[in-house]
Design a protein around this ligand. Structure first.
Ligand SMILES: [Zn+2]
Length: 413
């Protein structure tokens, strides 16, 4: 089989996977909600939410089919080489221009979809706070970041290739891995650059959290409240700190919107993650993803035949980057997501279990309900979609598991 056929099959498979998942999602409409979460939404609100997600799903489907048709047209022909030949400048300049043209082309094509999504659908259902000005600014920023990163990647790849040859990909992989690991270790440091941390005031909440923390065997440096509400409505809490003394950080959304028991429950859950080093295991998966992507890049560079099939006279790094980004990356992510999500869901159950063991089972249930309501979570997703993509179990599944565990704990006591 030649590579062109392989890429066209990948585009078709990616489309088929997306269409099947959307059909499955649509098939859930009108089914009764699980018992554990039936009291969560007001019936009218929920009906409105169903309309909203159906409309978004329809638009997403049209966009996906449209994108697949465009990609098929591009990768069935030798249009990339033909366009590159007509570009001005030396070899390097031609490559950069080819990438810029491609990024511009795809950004322009996605513009109407972004517009309908943000300005029509989100606004119609009252979820969007985006003004025309912000929309234009976001689109321009997105375009610049995308174009800049893609050009940089291309430049980097061709330099590494020129200098080190095939070994260069090991250098590339090692560099990327170190970057990811260091970045995740320094995440609190970066958060401090963008947010304000205020020590949590004295009181019962502080005492409760300190107690939970020392019971887990850690020594506390301080508890901080972070002003996350400026950017997000998300609710979170986490622990950080290398060495003996640790910090606890709570999002202000959590402190302001939840009862003390609920905050303690959310915190006990996060503490469960922290004790088991769950975040670190996630980082490992990112490194694995990069290994696969680097291997794909190496395969492309070592097989000049692929470029030749598309009408280039030698291995072309710009074409390689475009190919990786638009055809190869998605299927890789899809496949790697399945085991990663399964692992993440197991961690969530385990962290919930920690909160139950600390005596916060029912408080966690009420916090979860509040969280789902605030985020307008899908309460009844298709079980297969959960298996393939969800990194958290559904709210209903979590509540059932928490209550079962709580009952066991009471029986044992
Ligand atoms: Zn969690």
């Amino acid at each position: 089989m030649n590579c062109r056929t392989l890429f066209l099959i990948l585009i078709a498979l990616d489309l088929a996977y997306d269409v099947i998942l959307r059909i499955l999602a649509a098939s859930r409409r009108g089914l009764p909600l699980p018992e554990a979460v039936r009291d969560l939404y007001d019936a009218d609100d929920y009906a409105r939410w169903l309309d909203y997600s159906a409309e978004k799903r329809r638009l997403g489907l049209i966009e996906k089919v449209f994108d697949a048709l465009i990609l098929t047209a591009l990768f069935a022909t030798n249009v990339f080489a033909a366009v590159r030949d007509r570009l001005p400048g030396g070899e390097g300049a031609k490559d950069m221009l080819l990438i810029l043209l491609f990024v511009t082309f795809t950004s322009v094509l996605s513009l109407p979809f972004d517009w309908i999504r943000e300005m029509r659908i989100e606004a119609k259902y009252g979820f969007s706070r985006t003004s025309k000005g912000i929309f234009v600014r976001d689109e321009i920023t997105g375009f610049l970041v995308n174009a800049g990163l893609t050009c940089l990647l291309c430049l980097f790849l061709s330099k590494v290739w020129e200098r080190f040859g095939a070994r260069g990909f090991f250098v590339l992989f090692a560099g990327l891995s170190v970057f990811v690991v260091v970045f995740s270790m320094l995440s609190t440091f970066f958060m401090r650059l963008y947010n304000k941390f205020t020590p949590l005031e004295e009181g019962t909440l502080r005492e409760t959290l300190t107690e939970l923390f020392s019971r887990a065997g850690y020594r506390l440096e301080n508890i901080y409240v972070m002003d996350a509400s400026r950017r997000t409505t998300k609710v979170n809490a986490f622990c950080s700190g290398l060495g003996k003394f640790k910090k606890i950080v709570l999002y202000d959304n959590l402190v302001n919107g939840y009862s003390e028991d609920e905050i303690a429950a959310v915190f006990a859950h996060e503490l469960g993650h922290y004790k088991r080093r769950d975040t670190m295991k996630n980082t490992f998966y990112t490194v694995l993803l990069m290994a696969v992507v680097t291997a794909a890049a190496a395969w492309f560079a070592l097989n000049p035949g692929i470029s030749a099939e598309y009408g280039f006279s030698a291995m072309n790094p710009a074409f390689g980057v475009i190919l990786l980004e638009s055809v190869v990356l998605n299927p890789i992510i899809t496949v790697l997501t399945i085991p990663r999500a399964a692992m993440a869901r197991r961690y969530e159950y385990r962290a919930d279990g920690e909160a139950v063991e600390s005596g916060y089972g029912e408080a966690l249930v009420s916090a979860l309900k509040k969280l789902s309501r605030d985020n307008f979570s899908d309460l009844n997703p298709h079980p297969l979609i959960v298996r393939l993509e969800y990194d958290h179990p559904t709210t209903a599944d979590r509540i059932v598991a928490i209550r079962r565990r709580d009952a066991e704990r009471e029986r044992d006591a």
